[in-house]
Design a protein around this ligand. Structure first.
Ligand code: GAR
Length: 206
């Protein structure tokens, strides 16, 4: 059974969805870069070991990422799952976990990488919005896509109402993606594409 580590920075609702999804893996630990992340308490209540690595304690990103990698590796981790982890990771770190590091992002990538995705989608007048699970590459929010889910943008939406609609879909597709990875049904191939043992494209299985 694969061992996964979940990285969070705040609320932890995606982490909670993963903890409660009865996945075919062992969730070895939850790690946060912030001691006050609400998700830490949720993880503790689920009996998952937690660790905090405050990024402010390190002189630069490289030092923080080295400390993070050390603790991740101490759990004999097969898969690193970013769930609202709001730190940019160095290329060194990303390469170290090539094909074993995934992220969820609240937009239909490649649209709206970065922050404030819901507000930017509303400002642009877009009619369809959503979320994406992807392998992490050094190019921020641009890695190969594993699965996406779309939601309509409604006339009276605010960033909050749109975010809530997208979040429901995040909680559905992230466990699905992790399940595929844990069962070796989806992987990153040698040339950096998402490969699958399924007849259809993974992201088309919605
Ligand atoms: C989620 O919407 C996630 O997609 C987003 O942060 C939120 C975390 O919520 N991640 C990013 O924006 C990463 N670029 P959560 O802590 O309740 O899972």
């Amino acid at each position: 059974m694969k061992r996964i580590v979940i990285l969070i920075s705040g609320r932890g609702s995606n982490m909670q969805a993963l903890l409660e999804a009865n996945l075919p893996c062992r969730i070895a630990a939850v790690i946060s870069n912030r001691a006050d992340a609400q998700g830490l308490e949720i993880a503790r209540m689920h009996g998952i070991p937690v660790a905090v690595i405050p990024h402010n304690n390190y002189p630069d990103r490289a030092a923080f990422d080295a400390a993070l990698a050390e603790i991740i590796d101490s759990y004999a981790t097969d898969l690193v799952v970013l769930a609202g982890f709001m730190r940019i990771l160095t290329a060194n770190f990303v390469e170290r976990y090539r094909g074993r590091l995934i992220n969820i992002h609240p937009s239909l990538l490649p649209a709206y990488p970065g922050i404030d995705t819901h507000q930017r989608a509303l400002q642009a007048g877009t009619r369809i919005h959503g979320c994406t699970v992807h392998f992490v590459t050094p190019d921020l929010d641009h890695g190969p896509i594993i699965i996406q889910a779309a939601v309509p943008v409604l006339r009276d939406d605010t960033p909050q109402s749109l975010s809530a609609r997208v979040l429901c879909e995040e909680h559905r597709i992230y466990p699905q993606a992790v399940r595929w990875l844990c069962r070796n049904q989806v992987w990153l191939d040698e040339i950096g594409r998402v490969a699958s043992d399924r007849l259809e494209q993974p992201g088309a299985a919605l």
